[in-house]
Design a binder for this molecule. Structure first.
Ligand code: HEC
Ligand code: HEC
Length: 433
């Protein structure tokens, strides 16, 4: 399993994100970016530029993700994090691991409309792809407060509403499984006789900690493993790098449409990660943006006119800011690997990419009564970005746009061995064979 054995760290004088900055609570579509103060950043030897020989080579031209100064990446943490990510004993009732909601073959989504937690709680939202989460300026569909992988992993293990892995109230019991793995009742994951030596792996990963196996170190290991899920080797990327015969002509026409002023997609899904909500080493502004893309326009007061409301449980940014204008504002997620991550949107309410195009072409979704969510998203008072106005698209252009989406699939990422299940021989995506 070890894939390399050096983990020296250097401290580079580069600007770093201030993770305490709560930039965009106003959530306006025309966000004012918040300047990032200049402070040193810790950089590990795990990431390196393409061709550098580093354990994880960034796709050519990609910026370096930020690393936390109290949790720099190391090869040992990556290996440990991978085991924890796939180990079902990391849920209290030993039925679920991170990977049960984040499947590699689906670019780390679960294919469900909304996720189901280890104790059968319905999650209010759709499992997000873990593609390039290291570059997210905020985590989740609309949470301005969780701004890095570490806080995300902590939230997931302790979450009670819904219960995901169910650590709250059971931390010691779960840590004890890690402390004496060979004696533990490893009901959840079959190790096929190869029980991982967690005590040694934690000690190697956290040599400076007096007590290596703690909630804090487990969370750090989860965070590090999530951070290496970097994808930038799709046909689209290869074409960008000047490799010939990678994108089809149809996909190239789709790219023109996507980046054109008729469809306007790139305003929110632009940049190297196809999202306007990114952060990385060297960026001088952190963009935490949330938009309403006109999915719902529910009439709350019964006067027959939509009030821009979204179904309960999913108010988007408004859930944090309480501002009515933030109703239905979500982060524009990356569109990398989008062909593998259906169903779409925060609530999985759009089944296919074809229907996503219908949605934007209409300039908002129309839901007819008696559906309790009835309303015309196009007329929502919160559809204020100015970019969701509808457009005409021919059948051929629609095919081109879908070919473009497919050209964003990175098979190397979906098939990468170092991101795969270390315990079981889980079938990979058929395209990996
Ligand atoms: C019960 C299913 C489930 C489990 C288990 C689960 N996740 Fe998730 N994950 C989700 C859902 C659903 C979301 C979106 C949550 C939201 O927006 O409220 C998500 C979001 C994320 C994100 C944010 C992605 C982004 O682009 O913002 C990351 C990172 C993540 N999960 C990592 C993990 C890790 C690490 C674990 C294990 C410690 C884990 N998840 C366990 C369902 C799950
Ligand atoms: C005003 C900003 C904005 C524009 C313009 C925009 N989007 Fe989006 N997009 C979003 C937001 C926000 C979401 C998530 C919304 C939600 O879940 O409620 C989203 C979601 C998506 C998704 C689903 C992603 C997933 O992981 O489920 C796809 C696909 C998509 N957009 C494609 C497009 C295309 C194609 C265009 C151009 C026709 C476009 N978008 C234009 C903001 C925008």
């Amino acid at each position: 399993m070890p894939f390399l054995s050096f983990n020296t760290f250097t401290v580079l004088p580069v600007s770093i994100v201030a993770s305490f900055l709560l930039a965009s609570c106003s959530g306006s579509d025309s966000e004012t970016p918040v300047p990032v103060p200049e402070v040193p950043v810790v950089s590990s030897a795990v990431f390196g530029e393409c061709g550098s020989g580093a354990p994880i080579q960034l796709p050519c031209g990609f910026p370096f993700p930020r690393e936390s100064d109290d949790n720099p990446l190391s090869v040992e943490k990556v290996e440990l994090g991978r085991l924890l990510f796939y180990d079902r004993n990391m849920s209290f009732n030993q039925t679920q691991s991170c990977a049960d909601c984040h499947l590699q073959e689906k670019a780390f989504t679960d294919g469900l409309k909304v996720s189901i937690g280890s104790q059968a709680d319905m999650h209010a939202r759709n499992a997000m792809s873990m593609t390039n989460v290291a570059y997210n300026s905020t985590m989740n569909w609309a949470n301005p407060q969780i701004v890095n992988m570490h806080d995300q992993a902590l939230a997931v293990v302790l979450n009670e509403d819904p219960v995901e892995l169910g650590w709250e109230g059971h931390v010691d019991e779960i840590l004890n499984r890690l402390k004496s793995p060979s004696n533990s009742d490893y009901a959840g994951t079959s190790f096929s006789g190869n029980t991982p030596d967690y005590p040694k792996m934690f000690a190697d990963a956290f040599p400076d900690e007096a007590e290596a196996i703690t909630l804090a170190t487990a969370v750090k290991a989860f965070a590090v493993f999530g951070s290496i899920m970097i994808s930038g080797d799709s046909e689209y990327d290869k074409d960008n790098r000047g490799e010939v015969n990678t994108m089809s002509d149809s996909a190239k026409r789709g790219r023109e449409l996507f980046f054109g002023e008729r469809l306007e997609c790139f305003h929110c899904h632009g940049g190297f990660n196809f999202s306007d909500s990114v952060d990385h080493e060297g960026s001088t502004f952190t963009h935490k943006t949330f938009h309403n893309n006109a999915l719902y326009n529910i009439d709350g007061d019964g006067d027959g006119i939509g009030d821009g409301l979204y179904p309960s449980d999913n108010h988007g940014l408004r859930g944090f800011t309480l501002l009515p204008g933030d109703e239905g504002r979500f982060r524009a997620p990356t569109l990398r690997n989008i062909a593998l991550t259906a169903p779409y949107m925060h609530d999985g309410s759009i089944a296919t990419l074809d229907e996503v195009i219908d949605h934007y072409a209409r300039g908002g979704r129309l839901i007819l009564p008696p559906d309790p969510n009835a309303g015309d998203g196009a007329l929502s008072p919160n559809n204020t970005s100015g970019f969701i106005n509808g457009f005409v698209i021919t059948a051929d252009e629609r095919l081109d746009l879908i070919e473009f989406f497919k050209s964003l699939t990175d098979w190397k990422f979906v098939c990468r061995d170092d991101l795969s299940n270390p315990f079981e021989d889980v079938p990979k995506n058929v395209m990996c064979l």
